[in-house]
Design a protein around this ligand. Structure first.
Ligand SMILES: Nc1ncnc2c1ncn2[C@@H]1O[C@H](COP(=O)(O)OP(=O)(O)OP(=O)(O)O)[C@@H](O)[C@H]1O
Ligand SMILES: [Mg+2]
Length: 225
């Protein structure tokens, strides 16, 4: 079942066309990787999906409520001085958009606790987010993202700057979530991991979609390049 349909989507920053005439679909249950060189438009496309970059032309249709999307942006390293603890960050993931004052129900707190434990972050409950390592921060942000029990996760280079052991662990977690039915759309440079985990792949080249297809087609056509 299609859950996201992009038809001839174009996104500009002033005179720069970052995504040019992109058409593709994402199906429920896909592990959909967006590959491509620096500056090819991967992050912009993800921003377009969540409404952070306005779509200039074409249509992008999400076939379910947007509140069920979790988005982890590319540069999400927390500021050392950001005045929030791991618990506060994770709990904030239960907030519905549109609310101004945070109010957390018992159910929100239970859900946040469950996410925190799932990611093994309970020992850092009272630690400031900025005092964690990059890998620990990723875990906390992932726990936050899981609080809303997302149907679709958009992950922008979620392993940048992490060592291979932590990346492997996180890959396994995403695999597990995907096995449980969560659709994953991930921008990545890591062609090894794409070959290992993705079910479908899209290749962006200089703001265009150059290829979109199954992992088998990707391996047959592009894997060695
Ligand atoms: N806020 C912005 N203002 C102006 N131009 C931008 C902005 N963000 C991105 N661009 C330009 O849009 C193009 C696509 O950038 P984008 O960040 O989407 O690429 P990317 O594929 O995610 O690259 P990377 O692999 O380095 O993360 C690039 O030419 C970039 O310079
Ligand atoms: Mg990017």
């Amino acid at each position: 079942m299609e859950i996201l349909t992009a038809s001839c989507v174009t996104i500009n920053y002033g005179n720069v066309t970052a995504v040019d005439n992109a058409s593709f679909t994402v199906n429920e249950g896909d592990y959909f990787c967006i590959a491509g060189a620096n500056g090819s438009g991967k992050s912009t496309l993800l921003k377009g999906i969540v409404g952070l970059a306005p779509i200039k032309n074409g249509h992008l249709h999400i076939h379910f409520p947007k509140e069920q999307i979790s988005y982890l942006s590319q540069s999400n390293k927390a500021d050392r001085d950001f005045p929030a603890t791991v618990w506060e960050i994770i709990l904030s993931g239960t907030q519905k958009s549109g609310k101004t004052l945070p109010f957390y129900s018992k159910e929100d707190k239970l859900r946040a606790e469950e996410s925190m434990v799932k990611l093994g972050m309970e020992k850092f409950r009272n630690t400031r987010i900025g005092n964690l390592s990059g890998g620990q921060q990723q875990r906390a942000l992932l726990a936050r993202a899981l609080c809303k029990k997302p149907r679709l996760m958009l992950l922008d280079e979620p392993f940048a700057g992490l060592d291979s052991a932590i990346s492997e662990e996180l890959y396994s977690l995403y695999r597990e979530l995907n096995d449980q039915g969560v659709t994953i759309v991930m921008a990545s440079h890591d062609y090894q991991a794409i070959g290992k985990y993705a079910s479908r792949v899209m290749l962006m080249n200089n703001s265009h979609v150059d290829f979109v297809g199954s992992i088998e087609e990707w391996r047959a056509n592009l894997w060695q390049n």
